[in-house]
Design a binder for this molecule. Sequence first.
Ligand code: AMP
Ligand code: GLY
Length: 442
Amino acid sequence: MKILLIGNGAREHCIAEALTRSFGSELATYAKAKNPGIFALSKQYQLGSYTDESAILDFARKVKPDFAFIGPDDPIADGVADLLLELGIHSVAPLKTVARLESSKSFTRDLVKKYGIPGNPKFKIFYDMNGVRKFLEELGGEFVIKADGLTGGKGVLISGEHLAGIEEGEEYAKKCIGKFGRVVIEEKLVGQEFSLMSFVDGVHVVDMVPVQDHKRAFVDDKGPNTGGMGSYSSSNHLLPFLTQKDLDDAHAITEKVLAALFKETGAQFKGIMYGGFMAVKDGVKLIEYNARFGDPEVMNVLPILKTDFVEICQAILAGNLDKIKIEFEKKATVCKYIAPEGYPDKPVSGQKITIENQKPASVKEGDLKMYYASVDQKPDGLYLSSSRAIAFVGIADTLEKAEQIAESACGNVKGHVFYRPDIGTKALIEKRVGMMRKLRGK
Ligand code: AMP
Ligand code: GLY
């Protein structure tokens, strides 16, 4: 089985590991940079840009893969799955028309509304500034303003956090309209966020284990939003603040959205649907969908996947996900990202880092995973690029143990880096559980 992988982050390193665990699989990777982890797992490795269509097609013609797996959001949104289909190569990633689920927030809000699916907060889409102020006032000054395009997770600004009041809201809305032609404004929800990623074959939806990400850069959820500083999942495949009903409700939303997508576009979504949900006072709300695996969330789920991942990919493409049993180990996981100092606003770059004693002697083989993200491997060692550098994942029977494993590895990275020691700790998780209890009056 020959697989063409596109992407070079820690997410794709983790995907590459899962794909190559399958007996007889062979990986050829097309990437923007040399990720030392993916490079070591690949038979062929081609550097190139995601927008260079002829370079992608040339490599695909040479590789002749049985299927492709596209990791990052930008080549998915740009239609690389459509491009590969011209050669008859199917991708575990959606075609451009259904990838709008992620690339256009207004498309998804409208779709959910049009098909009467629950989960939307109060929202409106504006194409000019007419009525913006009135709506911000209607929301009682508690609002969220979303740029309607791919912004690397940095296009969403929230009142009280990033926007001091209605005037600043108007200013940002104007900027968004200037850049993308429209803006989404919605009610500010209060609750706990969780990520529920699902394997999707066009018709069937099979959920992975729910995960909680940490978007803020610094300890105690302070500082600017990032791509995600780390994440955790529980051994019972719930989250400490989540009920089974919350999870069932989120699943039902994804099933309905998948069906609505087909009705709306005539195209089947095949790949990963990643719902960002919020558990709120009276249920579950939809924050957004992504059309790919989450980064870091993928690192919480694929390492504990018991089912052969290549088999799952084949079932996604064949439309028979209902015919296979997909299982995850009953383990807790904690992922922590090492990032360059100054990330995300003014990251240092080009500085050397060293990893001492990769696996502490007390940690069992397989209980600690390391995935490379933005690093540059030179003959004399590893260098930082300007984004998240390395992720460590601890895997254990309890969250406490998983956290300790990840934590012990983070301390071994020396250089101009930082990470969040609080991710996955009892203190932080209890805070979240307490917040939910208070909100729901239980
Ligand atoms: P998004 O890019 O849509 O995931 O938004 C980025 C982040 O903004 C989310 O992870 C949430 O933390 C926050 N956010 C988005 N929409 C809302 C909302 N309606 N209410 C509160 N927070 C939100
Ligand atoms: N964990 C955030 C993302 O992958 O978009």
